[in-house]
Write a protein that binds this ligand. Structure first.
Ligand code: ADP
Length: 296
C-alpha cells in the first residue's frame, strides 16, 4: 500500500491567543496535495507541525506507521522541506551548498554524494549555473534550488510552503513542471494562496481558512459540483455595492476597466446574468464566502 499521511483533530493556539488550527483532520495520499487558503489561514502552522518543527496542542499525525509528533527523527529521515523563508548563503555556489546539505543529511561517502548532487542539479535544471553564487540567482532559480535541497536523501514526503509567490509566469511554469515530476511517487504537500498552483498540479486538495478545513476533494470533482450555480455579469463599478446587496457575489475582477462579478445562485438570477463554466477560483471563493470568511 502506498504511503499516507493522516491528520486527526489537530489544534494549535499560540501564546498570543491566536487559534491557528481548529480540529483539523485530513487524509493525504501519495501524489500532489494542495493546501489552499488565504494568508493567515494556518497553512504554515500546519506545514511546520507536519515537518516536526513545532507541536500541536492536541490531535495526531501519522505517516504510514510513524507517529509524526513523537517520532520526529523518523520523520526527518524521510522528509524534504522547503520553508516559506528559505535562507541561503549568498556567497556559496549551488553545487557547494547542495554538497554541504548532503553531508548534513548523512551522505558521507564522497563519491555517492557527488552523484546525488549532480543528479539533483540536472533534475532541477541548475546544472549550467551550478558554479554561480546563490546570491545572484533569480527567484525561480532559488526555488528550484530549494527543491533540490529538499530532494536530498530520497524523501517520501515533501512539503513546500508558498513556493510560487513572487515568481514570474515562466518561472512558475518551470517550477510546476518540476513539482509534477516529483509528485508521482511520493507525498508532496503544496501550501499556497494561489488557486492556479492547485488547479495546475494537484490531484487532491483542501481549502482552509481561519484554521479550519472548509472543503476537501479532487479539484475536478469540486468544480463539477459547482456546475450550473455560477453566474456572471459585467457591470460598471458604481453598481457593485447594490449588486453585492442583492446577490451572493463570490468574486469581482476588473477586465478592461469594467467589473466582472461572479455570483453563486441555485437558479437564474435574471437581471442580465449569464451562466459560466465554473473553475477552481469559483470553488475557492464560493467556499470562503459561504463560510463567511470574506466579503467579496
Ligand atoms: P498562513 O501560512 O496560512 O498564512 P500561518 O500559519 O502563518 O498562516 O498563521 C496562522 C495564524 O497564526 C495567523 O493569524 C498568524 O498571525 C498566527 N501566527 C503564526 N505564527 C505565529 C506565532 N509564532 N505566534 C503567534 N501567532 C502566530
Amino acid at each position: 500500500m502506498s504511503l499516507q499521511l493522516q491528520i486527526s483533530g489537530l489544534s494549535k493556539t499560540y501564546a498570543n491567543g491566536v487559534q491557528a488550527l481548529k480540529d483539523v483532520s485530513l487524509t493525504i495520499p501519495t501524489g500532489m496535495f494542495g493546501l489552499l487558503g488565504p494568508n493567515g489561514a494556518g497553512k504554515s502552522t500546519l506545514m511546520r507541525t507536519i515537518a516536526t518543527l513545532q507541536e500541536p496542542d492536541s490531535g495526531s499525525i501519522t505517516l504510514g506507521n510513524i507517529d509524526v509528533v513523537r517520532q520526529k527523527d523518523d520523520v526527518r529521515r524521510i522528509l524534504g522541506y522547503l520553508p516559506q523563508e528559505f535562507g541561503v548563503y549568498p556567497k556559496m555556489s549551488a553545487e557547494a551548498m547542495l554538497n554541504h546539505f548532503a553531508v548534513l543529511k548523512g551522505i558521507h561517502d564522497a563519491k555517492a554524494r557527488k552523484e546525488v548532487v549532480e543528479a539533483l542539479l540536472h533534475q532541477t535544471n541548475l546544472w549550467e549555473v551550478r558554479k554561480l553564487n546563490l546570491g545572484g540567482y533569480s527567484g525561480g532559480m532559488r526555488q528550484r534550488f530549494g527543491i533540490a535541497q529538499a530532494l536530498i536523501g530520497d524523501p517520501k514526503l515533501i512539503i513546500v510552503d508558498e513556493p510560487t509567490a513572487g515568481l514570474d509566469p515562466g518561472e512558475r511554469n518551470r517550477f510546476h513542471n518540476l513539482l509534477a515530476e516529483i509528485g508521482e511517487n511520493i507525498i508532496v504537500i503544496l501550501s499556497t494562496h494561489i488557486v492556479e498552483d492547485v488547479s495546475d498540479l494537484c490531484s487532491q486538495m483542501a481549502i482552509i481558512s481561519h484554521g479550519r478545513v472548509l472543503l476537501t476533494g479532487d479539484p475536478a470533482n469540486t468544480i463539477d459540483e459547482m456546475k450550473g450555480r455560477i453566474w456572471k455579469k459585467t457591470i460598471a463599478k458604481p453598481e457593485l455595492t447594490s449588486c453585492q446587496e442583492r446577490y451572493a457575489v463570490i468574486s469581482t475582477r476588473l477586465v478592461a476597466g469594467r467589473t466582472v462579478v461572479h455570483v453563486l445562485s441555485e437558479s437564474d438570477p435574471g437581471d442580465g446574468f449569464e451562466q459560466v463554466d465554473p473553475d477552481l477560483e469559483d470553488v475557492y471563493f464560493s467556499t470562503l464566502s459561504r463560510a463567511g470568511e470574506i466579503a467579496a
